[in-house]
Write a protein that binds this ligand. Sequence first.
Ligand code: ATR
Length: 264
Amino acid sequence: MKKFLVIGNPIEHSLSPKLQNYWIKSNNLNAIYGKLEVHESDLAELCENMKDGRLNGINVTIPFKKTIIPYLNVLSGHALRTQSVNTVSFDNGNLIGHNTDIDGFELSVRKLNYNVMDKSILILGAGGVVPSIIYALKKMNAKNIALSNRTKKKSLELKNIFSELEILEWGQLNNFDMIINATSLGLKKNDKFQIDFSKAGNGKLFYDVIYEPFETEFSKSAKETGNIYENGLNMFLYQAQKAFNIWHKVEPAINTKVTEFLKS
Ligand code: ATR
């Protein structure tokens, strides 16, 4: 039986095992997918386990998307450009780091029929998934991308990778068409942005990387101001679909049955 893991810290909230095991079952594969809370000191051993076949694939989440890189032999183009890995496979004696967050984000935006071309984008946050979002937005020809993060040092680190990024003070709203919440604000019930979103105007797209809980301050602000809201569920599904395809060479279905199952 093949074994797969999602690793991170914290990890208890992850829906990846529920989704991946659902697809494993519906595709009649002999495999199992679990989750493990790890520390950086565990990464070497986990990678060794992949090399000797005790483990067949890893999904990587916060905060190890970059720190896993030194343990890998090869990076895909997407992983290399963003210095961010969310999927590890083992092929021809090599541990390969992939980034499926980029496709996940792009496909979720395309599904909305939202054309990013010539739009002004504002990203809140500078965490692990942000390089992938910036890369995808550039690929889709966004007009300009601004970023606002509480800790400015992290914004500036991203500007080192993406020089055209405009850096704003934390909470500063510019004249955006699409705003992306890539912070962890909203994961906890009492999280507060201390940003007055009512100043944003309407006709905008509020895109949230968070999908659990389904209702957050960000989603409420979007609705109250007459803006479109999209949560991170489709991005999560598409990045997972790409990872599944890398490991099993099968494209699992994304449909209402899967989304209802995840919400159940
Ligand atoms: P990591 O930074 O380890 O990759 P993440 O969950 O991907 O983790 O990122 C968390 C993001 O949410 C960061 O941008 C963080 O801002 P800092 O860089 O200043 O830490 C942001 N964040 C978390 N709590 C926040 C808060 N109370 N107010 C504003 N931003 C917050």
